[in-house]
Design a binder for this molecule. Structure first.
Ligand SMILES: [Zn+2]
Length: 223
């Protein structure tokens, strides 16, 4: 009996695993195909303010005035994004990649001020969201449901909501929706990656020989 039982396990387990893997794969492919029909895959990213291909402080006039995952004693929580500023309002805020607008806030909105959340579908089928907060009043040019292109201006840098000086708060979150803020949660453990590193790892590098680089970026993400 023992031999038979062992043999059964030997034969059936790989088979079961194969079935799970096979149907899981089919499901994933169907899911990706379905999503891709509605949303272009975000293959490359750019920085949202200043020079699209240079990180803030590294050839980009914008600098980080509020660091990622820094403890904020005043608010009693970790900073889930980065605060980018060149000292003034009015700079264009651009979508970091192709995606669709899934949320828009106006007024104080719990501190976000005027803000936009864009959902991005990555090549591996994962969804990630980018939030752009504290935008200038009446500057937002997109609405929920809009498809936006990489580098498309969605609003202007402002100081609305919980903000003491002009800056863009950029945060990136894992999943198809921007999750509720979890006070005191260590950022990386709750799906908030370092936004600048996230972009840098997927940066759309311009061709040095091409004076107008947008054509190149658009051709890159359509590949
Ligand atoms: Zn911030």
């Amino acid at each position: 009996m023992r031999t038979k039982s062992s043999l059964w396990h030997f034969v059936s387990l790989p088979s079961l695993r194969f079935q799970i893997a096979f149907f899981g794969l089919v499901g994933s492919l169907l899911s990706i195909a379905h999503s891709a029909s509605a949303l272009e895959v975000a293959r490359v990213f750019v920085f949202p303010v200043g020079n699209e291909w240079k990180a803030p402080g590294e050839g980009n006039e914008y600098v980080v005035i509020g660091g990622y995952c820094v403890w904020d004693a005043a608010q009693g929580g970790y900073h889930t994004g980065v605060d980018l500023s060149n000292g003034q309002e009015g700079g264009a805020v651009k979508a970091i990649a192709v995606g669709d607008v899934v949320r828009k806030t106006t007024g104080y909105s719990g501190g976000w001020g005027n803000s936009i959340v864009i959902r991005h579908l990555l090549p591996n089928g994962e969804y990630w969201c980018s939030r752009y907060a504290h935008l200038q009043d009446n500057s937002i040019t997109v609405n929920v449901g809009d498809l936006v292109q990489i580098g498309q201006t969605i609003g202007l840098v402002g100081s609305t909501g919980l903000s003491s000086q002009p800056h863009l708060h950029l945060q990136i979150t894992e999943g198809p929706e921007d999750p509720a803020y979890i006070p005191n949660a260590p950022c990386a453990m709750y799906g908030y990656p370092d936004p600048l590193k996230f972009i840098r790892d997927r940066l759309a590098a311009p061709l040095a020989t091409e004076p107008s680089t947008w054509g190149h970026v658009k051709s890159l993400y359509r590949q």
